[in-house]
Design a protein. Sequence first.
Length: 285
Amino acid sequence: MFHKIPADSLEWHENLGHGTFTKIYRGSRLDKVERETHKVEVLLKVMDGTHQNCIESFLEAASIMSQVSHQHLVLLHGVCMAGDSIMVQEFVRWGALDTHLRKCGPLVPASWKLQVAKQLSYALNYLEDKGIIHGNISSKKVLLARKGAGGSPPFIKLSDPGVSPTVLTKEMLTDRIPWVAPEYLWDTKLLSLESDKWSFGATLWEIFSGGTMPISTLEPAKKLQFYKEKQQLPALKWTELATLIGQCMEYTPHLRPSFRAIIRDLNSLITSDYELLSDLSPSAM
Ligand code: ATP
């Protein structure tokens, strides 16, 4: 279960956008410790009240986040039940990685991207060890706490999964191609720890190719065809990285590597040979 946060301890600021079923606001939380009141910046994720059937799943995501504690996982303060269900979580200053990559993609060095990939794999290794499936990994879910500049590394936090894919319609799942694991699309009972490895592979591809995922703009029938024909994303020019992505995006789930093995492979990649390549993006797109 999660910590319950009283509505009168929250201040609401500007709207930052929305998720599939949520509205997102910046806010503050007033926290009384003994006689002192502290004000902390928070992120308020409000579940859209018109989607009653998803509320349970949203609260389940909150419950999962309240059981975990890792430097690369977003911290959940608790949930406020004030008419709507509101997730109160730490505010991650620089927002989502996909937006950052789209803005600064060509200027971001490979070493920076590798740091981000490693930090994400540390968080996912932690979840794997605990037997927790995230179920919604993409660069949209990777938040930038520190951009890192002048040699200082970036610092990321993986966001909560939001509403579980188990309550999404087939259309919504199709929309998540190529991040959603193929086995899950055909049989919703097949969501497993292995599914997160597929999504991680797609996210790695996204990170290193600069934040644009061509398949995501295809019409639904073409996306489904991509999976039916067991196609792969175009191979990145960095061969070792392309191999790792290929292993994560194996159509047979049990052949995908563990996050421990993924970390080992990422640690063996040396960026210096690749920094001179101005373009790491796929050769044939
Ligand atoms: P989904 O649509 O996958 O169900 P969701 O409803 O849980 O997702 P997110 O995708 O997590 O919503 O959040 C939407 C956007 O809000 C993100 O892309 C990011 O820009 C911003 N955001 C989310 N969480 C935070 C946070 N903790 N700090 C700062 N910005 C955040």
